[in-house]
Design a protein around this ligand. Structure first.
Ligand code: NAD
Length: 348
């Protein structure tokens, strides 16, 4: 069994790969994993074992069709995590989002067909549905993405569905809510706030902090992706829901509590343009058809995540500032990996 994982050096992809290599998915204990990752600012080689008998690491771009033609033949499946993933960055410059998230996904679909790769899972997001004041989205809800990031993910979802319908590509799509857990880049709310608190910095909170997100531990999300890979049907979309809904204010209060900090460190900053108010997924389909329920409660998962950041200062300092062993361009040029204006408390 050979699995190609795009974006396997990022937050969620690396959790999936580490779990695969640790034998965490039944029936895949001997699977060989090829990670294809460009190592953008968001991808760190240190998120994966330096060497492992069942791991090949290829640094490269999913838009590079010649590379895909060399790498993908012989694989039994592609699990596609690679993406530009930060909404704030897409608000400032959407070009690379269209290129990677839409063009890269299309290139992967094309080369899967050409190379005869028999299975693909496309990892998408709840953000494709837009914002919902009450109730929850099912897989039949309309796609009304509001940020350039969400629009690029929605376009990719439609593209792979069209490849299923037109060419018979065996692809399933997952749409998960906000993830949290170890190895998340400190541009995202939880690690940004935890690392700021560990550094004694104020917490910049967007707007009134009343935006609601549904939180899912990365381990639960990856388990759902694996379930869809093995048991999901071609052409089907699966919401990965059942997480806990909290306002950004609630999350901030819990982090202050876990870090023993005073609420006075919170600074309200101008809201994100077009900031979605609420996300909420109906996870009935994945639960009833494939038996998925999340296992890690937010209180426990968040406490463990804070402890992980506390215990791994070298990792998050590298991701945040490009210091001590960072391999991306920011590190090479000696400037912060995270531009100061990106450092605002957005959930995604
Ligand atoms: P991330 O930003 O941490 O990681 C993305 C990875 O993709 C990085 O390793 C990066 O180097 C790589 N990459 C980017 N462009 C590439 C390219 N052109 N070619 C090859 N590799 C490239 O993102 P994440 O949070 O781990 O998200 C992974 C996937 O899950 C994304 O598709 C995202 O849309 C989706 N998702 C994320 C969340 C969340 O809360 N983080 C929730 C639902 C869905």
């Amino acid at each position: 069994m050979r699995i190609a994982v795009t974006g396997g050096a990022g937050f969620i992809g690396s959790h999936y790969v580490r779990t695969l290599l640790d034998g965490g998915y039944q029936g895949y204990e001997n699977a060989h994993v090829t990670v294809l990752d460009k190592l953008t600012y968001a991808g760190l080689r240190v998120n994966l074992p330096a060497a492992h008998p069942r791991l090949d690491f290829v640094q490269g771009d999913i838009c590079d069709r010649a590379l895909l033609r060399r790498v993908l033949p012989g694989h039994d499946a592609v699990v596609h995590f690679a993406a530009e993933s930060h909404v704030d960055r897409s608000v400032r410059d959407a070009d690379v989002f269209t290129r990677t998230n839409v063009g890269g996904t299309q290139a992967l679909a094309d080369i899967c067909l050409e190379a005869g790769v028999p299975r693909m899972v496309h990892v998408s997001t709840d953000e494709v549905y837009g914002s919902i004041p009450e109730g929850s989205w099912t897989e039949e809800s309309p796609l009304l993405p509001n940020s350039p990031y969400a629009a690029s993910k929605a376009a990719a979802d439609l593209m792979v569905r069209a490849y299923w319908r037109t060419h018979g590509l065996n692809v399933s799509v997952t749409r998960c809510s906000n993830n949290y857990g170890p190895y998340q880049h400190p541009e995202k709310l939880v690690p940004l706030f935890v690392t700021h608190l560990l550094e004694g910095l104020p917490l910049p909170l967007y707007g009134d902090g009343r935006n609601v997100r549904e939180w899912m531990h990365v381990d639960d999300h990856c388990r759902a992706v694996q379930l869809v890979l093995t048991e999901g049907e071609a052409g089907e979309i699966y919401n990965v829901g059942g997480g806990e809904e909290l306002t950004n204010l609630d999350v901030t209060a819990r982090l202050l509590d876990l870090c023993g900090a005073d609420p006075s460190v919170v600074r309200r900053v101008a809201d994100r343009k077009g900031h979605d108010l609420r996300y909420s997924l109906d996870g009935t389909k994945l639960r009833d058809t494939l038996g998925f329920t999340p296992r890690i409660g937010f209180a426990q998962g968040l406490a463990e995540t804070v402890e992980w950041y506390r215990a791994h200062p070298r990792w998050w300092r590298t991701a945040k500032y490009g210091r001590s062993g960072g391999s991306g361009p920011a590190h090479r040029q000696g400037r912060p990996a995270m531009a100061p204006r990106a450092a605002v408390g957005s959930a995604r």
